[in-house]
Write a protein that binds this ligand. Structure first.
Ligand code: SAM
Length: 222
């Protein structure tokens, strides 16, 4: 899979690229390219933004800046999906992650300031995605959230089996994962559920299913 990220802060991604699961798939299953709008902007002095028409606070990422970046990289709008990261987009869920992880290539557009000139979203992007109903200062963290979530779904990213039976997976009918415990079996009087120490795999499996159902029911009623 190829993921191209357009950003004003490409250096922000260095830490993520060194961490698993991204580090495990970079250069094999995943080709990640980072592009800085300032390097291809048609404006002088590296300008990428401008004041909003109609007045108001803040600066807006210009449509010609983003179009120039796409032209320089793809010679126009690419065939693959171009995703604008914006709090006004489609909410990111595990189902969206699974869908994107099957694409051969995607492009992520991030902004800063007051956000995108809306023509970037309507004319240059094919999708708009929000990582949640809150406002962050820039699209770098949303892009990294997507990168990490997609990387986990690529072959070789995780140890065998650890990507299944996770929260929101089909194995758990889209529900939440059951609780985990490790040693010590008792700490400050807080005991691990007896069934997990029983060695009875069928009972453990049954208990985990029940816990998952219970937690998921609680989630949907809050
Ligand atoms: C300060 S925000 C702009 C918010 C915009 N003025 C609004 O009220 O919808 C700057 C940029 O951060 C990114 N961003 C902030 N919150 C986000 C979220 N929840 N999901 C995805 N991207 C987000 C987007 O790229 C956005 O254009």
């Amino acid at each position: 899979m190829q993921i191209d990220v357009f950003t004003l802060l490409p250096h922000a991604y260095a830490w993520l690229c060194e961490q698993r699961p991204l580090a495990a798939v970079l250069g094999t299953e995943l080709d990640l390219r980072l592009f800085n709008y300032r390097e291809t902007t048609p404006l002088t002095g590296g300008q990428v933004d401008d004041e909003p028409y109609g007045g108001g606070a803040g600066m807006v990422l210009r449509v010609d800046t983003v179009a120039a970046a796409l032209d320089a990289t793809y010679g126009g709008r690419p065939e693959h999906r171009v995703i604008a990261l914006t709090p006004q987009g489609r909410p990111l869920t595990q189902a969206v992650v699974e869908e994107l992880a099957t694409e051969p290539a995607i492009t992520l557009l991030s902004s800063r300031f007051e956000g995108f000139d809306d023509r970037i979203v309507t004319e240059l992007a094919s999708d708009a995605i929000s990582i949640g109903p809150y406002v962050l200062s820039g699209g770098e963290l949303p892009a990294m959230v997507l990168l990490d979530a997609i990387a986990r779904r690529l072959p070789g990213a995780l140890a065998e089996g650890s990507g299944s039976n996770e929260s929101f997976s089909d194995e758990l009918d889209g529900g939440l994962e059951y609780p985990h415990y490790t040693r010590p079996a008792e700490f400050r009087g807080w005991a691990v559920p007896e069934v997990l120490l029983s060695g009875d795999h069928a009972r453990v499996e049954e208990w985990r299913r029940e816990q998952s159902r219970e937690r998921s029911g609680r989630m949907s009623s809050t």
